[in-house]
Ligand binder design. Structure first.
Ligand code: DGL
Length: 288
């Protein structure tokens, strides 16, 4: 199987969440081409066993490296927490960036000394998260909030309304009650409900979406390794292990981009069932 394209950046997530990272990368690095991979056949990853998440991530990275990706962004905190070390060992020739909850910037701005982190169970269990907290958060209290069902809500497009508010409040209240004045979105799905979160916590609580910082870091790495794409050559392609039409409708609603995705059944990732290339998006994405 091939997803071939000139030196694209591979970006993957269990589903739509990584699009919050994709849109920042496209905003900040408009000349870069991307291949976005959404493993919607297996979303959510957050409650799965580490070995399962590692196997999915490895198969996706195999496809992305075969597609010639020079860099892979694991646009999923859960996969990063569980599989990043493994992926770096397995693909030593590829630059692999992971996402870790933005605890460091949160510690820098908290005034109350209490930081809340919203993430999936697997992210909190992963050694990446423990290492991040150990390194950066010794001076503050970190309140960990497992947000079961929140990624599913975003996948289903329930970004606003009474049901979403009620679920969000059940996650936010324990952190606020503990005195948190800074909340970290530790899952790439959550920026799609950041407006609702900000409304519920009020103006005195900072809510951190790590995606802009990830895109900045990616930009400096590309610069450092002289891997930047030539101007005017950007092309963006989207693949899903779910249903392509559904992905396109959902992505349009979330990021206002016509993704023209292709569906790749999971079994194709394991074997070789031919090439499946959706049309390259020649026109620039619409404003979002
Ligand atoms: N978007 C993912 C993350 O950043 C995962 C959500 C899930 O699949 O459970 O953690």
């Amino acid at each position: 199987m091939s997803l071939a394209s000139p030196v694209p950046i591979g970006i993957f997530d269990s589903g739509l969440g990584g699009l919050s990272v994709w849109r920042q990368i496209v905003r900040q690095l408009p000349d870069e081409s991307t291949v976005y991979f959404a493993d919607r056949a297996h979303v959510p990853y957050g409650g799965r066993q580490p070995q399962e998440i590692r196997a999915y991530s490895e198969a996706i990275c195999t496809a992305l490296t075969e597609a010639g990706c020079k860099v892979i962004v694991v646009a999923c905190n859960t996969a990063s927490a569980v599989a990043l070390h493994h992926l770096r060992e397995r693909f030593p020739d590829c630059l692999i960036l992971g996402l870790e909850p933005a605890v460091k910037p949160a510690v820098a701005i908290t005034r109350s000394g209490v930081v809340g982190v919203m993430a999936t169970p697997a992210t909190f269990q992963g050694r990446l998260y423990r290492a991040t907290v150990g390194r950066h958060a010794a001076s503050v209290q970190v309140v960990e909030q497992v947000c079961l069902g929140l990624a599913d809500l975003v996948e289903a497009g329930d970004l606003a309304g009474a049901r979403t508010d009620a679920l969000l409040l059940s996650f936010l209240q324990p952190m606020l009650a503990a005195g948190a004045d800074t909340i970290v979105l530790g899952c790439t799905h959550y920026p799609f409900v950041i407006e609702a979160i900000r409304r519920l916590v009020g103006p005195d609580v900072a809510v951190i979406d790590p995606a802009p910082a990830v895109a900045r870091h990616l930009g400096s790495l590309l610069h450092h390794y002289a891997m930047q794409a030539p101007a005017g050559s950007a092309c963006h392609r989207f693949f899903t292990t779910g249903e392509a039409g559904q992905f396109d409708r959902d992505a349009l609603r979330l990021i206002a981009v016509e993704t023209a995705s292709a569906s790749i059944p999971w079994r194709v990732l394991d074997g070789s069932e031919g090439e499946l290339l959706p049309p390259c998006l020649q026109s620039p994405p619409r404003p979002f």
